[in-house]
Design a protein around this ligand. Structure first.
Ligand code: NAG
Ligand code: NAG
Ligand code: NAG
Length: 508
């Protein structure tokens, strides 16, 4: 995740432009032709003509005198602006971009420390941006994230007020290196620069969404490691609960961006708001849109997830083995993600429908498993259950965990399922310690929002809701360790229910 999009590059370039044009207009100075090209190139750039700018900068570099008389500012500006103009045109110019940022950086390394103080300051400011832009290019490329860290680190040494470099430094530590302490430190630095009147370099026009994002990510870092010890900055001796600090961070995130569902959800999660009945669709969609490309890899490889295969095996067992399974004429895979579950049920489904809130993840499903689904639908599963009735089988692995209260969901399932049709789904349970605490303090507990942002359900509750909607439990399995979370096995349940029981609507 980048804090600065490509479109913002020009913001930075305009400041370079000032430096180069001031230099080009320098009183009484004999203009070298390299400087003229720099000036003309920057004019082209400010008119959005990147190709022309590239041409002029290339000419400027060719015209550089190699007798050491060229101003460091001219060289730095030409190389940096050229690399940045290349990255603005897109296309296969990666090598060009890298070449010229590298040249800018090595030009800066050769700066003469006895140079005019003002020149050194200007050179520093251009070089910090050069490092920053270069870092962004590397961050976006496969396999070079580690190197982008170095570039951001150089950028903030040269200009500690370059908040965006701090932000991106945090993002690389968080997303790629998974060093949450370093990430936390960098996010805090970015936040401080923007909020403590430290004269941030190129401040954002509207800082609120950025401040919200920074606090959100600070919250994530604080809760990543359950053994983490926290302390307040001014009072390092007194331990504070990290959850409490994360709570503060999420509430700041909500204050800066009151409509942000992700921040609201995480805040509610931490405060275990019992009034929260389901995750908002917006939250779930944001979550999966964001992770679409890496989703399956991180789920299966990093979290050791195999709930999808266990759902199919459990389903087979409910029927006393594979041979006794019928073929189902219309199957809905609810919250289908990248198709891991759909693939398991494909050979017993005549018509398979994949439903997900995230369009990005449905695209990923089609990319990974072309033509797996007969239909792909972007939408809310409860709405699709009603629209696609009568359904002969609903399968849902890890989808109902975004619902706390199962009643409205089961209402839609009851409506959508054909008579004597089936539903097979998984839920999560709390960890054993929480479960026994709940068993003692709230023997009739139904669901619990967990720190991961998902809901855990009690088996008896799910069974009861099913019955109230005419669904009889025909098979149940404990599903322990189907995913790891912070090194701990997540406990879960597997249910297979059939519609068409004669039970009365129970008190829930
Ligand atoms: C909500 O906040 C998250 C985390 O900061 C961010 O990634 C997301 O883009 C925000 N969503 C909107 C709609 O602003
Ligand atoms: C169908 O697919 C599942 C999951 O890949 C597999 O285990 C099973 O052997 C296949 N065949 C039948 C007849 O179920
Ligand atoms: C909590 O109670 C349920 C029955 O309601 C029981 O099955 C379960 O084992 C109990 N869990 C713990 C950890 O004591």
């Amino acid at each position: 995740m980048n804090f600065l999009c490509r479109c913002c590059l020009l913001l930075f370039l305009s400041s370079l432009l000032i430096i180069s044009s001031v230099d080009a207009d320098g009183a009484g100075k004999q203009h070298s032709s390299a400087e003229d090209y720099l000036y003309l190139g920057s004019t082209a750039l400010s008119e959005d003509d990147n190709s022309k700018a590239i041409d002029l900068y290339e000419k400027g570099i060719a015209a550089l005198k190699d007798d050491g008389s060229e101003s460091i500012i001219t060289i730095l500006s030409l190389e940096t602006n050229l690399a940045t103009a290349y990255s603005a045109i897109g296309g296969d110019v990666r090598e060009k971009i890298i070449e010229h940022y590298e040249k800018a950086i090595s030009a800066y390394d050769q700066i003469d420390p006895i140079d005019d103080k003002e020149i050194i300051e200007d050179a520093k400011s251009i070089a910090s941006q050069s490092y920053f832009f270069y870092g962004m290019v590397l961050q976006d490329m496969e396999g070079t994230q580690q190197k982008s860290l170095e570039m951001y680190a150089h950028a903030v040494v040269l200009d500690p007020n370059l908040w965006a470099a701090w932000g991106n430094l945090g993002a690389v530590f968080h997303d790629h290196v998974k060093n949450y302490d370093e990430a936390l430190n960098a996010y805090n630095k970015a936040y401080d620069v923007l909020t403590e009147q430290k004269n941030p370099t190129d401040p954002p026009a509207d800082p609120k969404p950025i401040l919200s994002q920074l606090q959100y990510r600070i919250g994530l870092c604080l809760t990543k490691n359950p053994d983490r010890k926290c302390a307040l900055e001014g009072d390092p001796q007194t331990p504070v609960s990290c959850k409490e600090m994360a709570n503060h961070a999420y509430s700041l995130a909500v204050q800066y961006d009151p409509d942000n569902e992700s921040a609201k959800h995480m805040l509610a999660t931490l405060t275990a708001d019992a009034t929260m009945k389901r995750a908002s669709n917006k939250y779930v969609k944001d979550l999966f849109d964001r992770y679409a490309h890496d989703f399956e890899h991180s789920l299966v490889e990093e979290l050791g997830y195999d709930g999808y295969a266990r759902l199919r095996r459990g389903f087979d067992r409910a029927f006393g083995g594979r041979e006794s399974l019928p073929t189902f004429s219309k199957v809905v895979d609810a919250g289908c993600g990248t198709g891991l579950v759909g693939e398991q049920f494909r050979n017993i489904s005549s018509h398979l429908i994949g439903v997900d809130l995230s369009e990005a993840i449905l695209d990923e499903a089609e990319r990974l498993r072309p033509n797996l689904y007969n239909e792909r639908i972007v939408g809310d599963i409860t709405e699709v259950f009603r629209r696609k009735k009568p359904i002969s089988l609903i399968v849902a692995a890890d989808s109902f965990i975004y619902f706390g209260d199962l009643d409205p969901l089961f209402d839609a399932i009851e409506d959508g399922l054909d008579h004597e049709a089936y539903i097979a789904f998984t839920l999560e349970n709390t960890d054993a310690e929480t479960e026994s605490t709940l068993n003692e303090s709230k023997p009739d507990w139904r669901w619990q929002l967990t720190a991961s942002g998902r809901f855990a359900h009690r088996k008896e509750y799910a069974t009861k809701v099913g019955l109230a909607h005419g669904l009889t439990l025909i098979h149940y399995e404990k599903l322990d360790g189907f995913r790891h979370d912070h090194g701990k096995d997540v406990r879960g349940h597997l249910f297979v229910m059939q519609k068409g029981s004669s039970h009365k609507k129970d008190e829930l």
